[in-house]
Ligand binder design. Structure first.
Ligand SMILES: CC(C)(COP(=O)(O)OP(=O)(O)OC[C@H]1O[C@@H](n2cnc3c(N)ncnc32)[C@H](O)[C@@H]1OP(=O)(O)O)[C@@H](O)C(=O)NCCC(=O)NCCS
Length: 385
């Protein structure tokens, strides 16, 4: 037996520990997510996004001077080069998908822009990536809608400025807070596929922009970046709480899955769902249609009952997508913006993992099990018919 036949093959690398990290820990059995040492519930609704980024980059909270410096540096790195803007205009004209536009836009960040030099150091690249992601998404989105992009506003925080660039209105404190809580909630989540992708690219000695562009490609896939739209579609389709049980039971009878429920890792309630449920409640109470929030909560409660009746013992619980959809919809974001907005949050985690990989690098190079034939003899083309 050859060496590669003796090693155990684990499809999807499930259960394999492929990195050591101080960034986050996902405990699927206990339903706990720890980010930079903080329980998610402690961090998400308290931190600004800039504080969460500092935490992941430095493994501690910033002092107020450090936070001021980071806010300043990020705000200064938001503006895109003319080349990036033109590319996004073309992407919108060709109606390329939002994640493809983000991937292409992010790739151009290797170019300098204005007084932002070519980001040669990992620190500069990380700053540029985190700062420019919202500008890329908002610029593309405005062009897609036939509108001109809105220049970033340096006096606004990261989350507030993203909403401002999308619709031209300075958001209320409640709206900025809801987005901030969302971005913090998704900033990192263990060794998920896109984070692993970034670390693999980094481990080859490549650069951080390449690593993050690869990560965007991984996040684009529906098995990872998800399609949070369907969860909300389901709530809209139900329309009235009195119809919830009938509609949900019909869905299950047709063999369909209830969108926004169940999770591969979390076998109890996804802690992100609770944090975002609370964020949604606060957002809708302050600045939204409370009837939609109440309908969604009623649909959730009925779905949990119906799932327990139809799949007893499976413990299928609400996942992050259900309340992501509610929060982002409440912020006025269309569903095509949901996954790019996930990326706007997750780039903080990707960049932090890149730093961590650099600090203790070893080329990530697993093995494969050869399943093909051996010892084939060459047949000349003329004899192959
Ligand atoms: C997220 C998800 C893929 C995780 O799946 P998983 O851990 O691989 O679980 P499985 O696919 O093995 O499903 C286990 C069982 O629970 C059932 N199940 C899982 N999620 C379900 C759901 N949302 N609705 C109904 N049944 C569900 C499966 O039918 C299966 O039942 P069975 O063994 O009787 O056939 C799965 O829960 C799902 O498809 N959820 C709905 C999609 C979703 O919420 N996506 C988010 C975007 S809105």
């Amino acid at each position: 037996m050859t060496e590669n036949q003796t090693a155990e093959y684990v499809p999807g690398l499930e259960g394999i520990v492929a990195a050591r990290t101080r960034k986050s820990s996902v405990d699927g059995l206990a339903g706990q997510l720890t980010i930079g040492g903080f329980p998610l519930e402690e961090l998400a609704a308290n931190a600004t996004y800039e504080e969460a980024v500092f935490l992941l980059w430095n493994d501690r909270l910033p002092t107020s001077a450090e936070l001021g410096a980071l806010r300043h540096d990020l705000a200064a790195a938001r503006t895109l080069s003319a080349t990036t803007t033109q590319l996004l205009a073309e992407a919108a004209r060709q109606r390329v998908g939002a994640m493809d536009a983000l991937r292409m836009g992010a790739a151009t960040l290797t170019l300098g822009a204005g007084d932002q030099p070519f980001p040669s150091e990992p620190r500069q690249a990380a700053m540029r990536l985190v700062a420019a992601f919202p500008t890329i998404v908002a610029t593309y989105w405005r062009y897609l809608k036939g509108e001109l992009p809105i220049a970033p506003e340096a006096s606004l925080g990261h989350a507030a400025n993203y909403l401002y660039m999308l619709n031209g209105t300075v958001p209320s404190a409640a709206r900025a807070r809801a987005l901030e809580t969302y971005l913090n909630t998704v900033i990192d989540h263990g060794l998920n596929a896109s984070t692993f992708t970034a670390r693999v690219i980094m481990s080859t000695g490549s650069d951080m922009i390449s690593a993050v562009v690869g990560a965007i490609g991984a996040l684009k896939g529906p098995l990872h970046g998800g399609a949070p739209g369907p969860a909300l579609d389901m709530v809209f389709e139900i329309g009235d709480a009195s119809r919830a049980r009938t509609v949900l039971e019909e869905m299950l009878a047709r063999g369909e899955r209830l969108m926004g429920f169940g999770h591969r890792v979390y076998k109890v309630r996804d802690p992100r769902a609770d944090v975002l449920s609370k964020a949604a409640e606060e957002l809708y109470a302050a600045d939204g249609d409370m009837r939609l929030y109440e309908l969604a909560k009623a649909v959730e409660a009925t779905a949990l009952q119906v799932l327990e009746e139809h799949k007893p013992g499976r413990n299928l619980q609400t996942n992050v997508e259900f309340f992501t959809a509610l929060v982002l919809h409440g912020l006025g974001l269309e569903t095509d913006l949901f996954t790019p907005t996930f990326a706007v949050g997750r780039v903080g985690g990707w960049s932090a993992h890149c730093f961590e990989q650099l600090a203790e690098n070893r080329l990530i190079r697993p093995r494969s099990q050869y399943m093909g034939e051996r010892g084939r003899r060459w047949t000349p083309l003329a004899e192959r018919g």
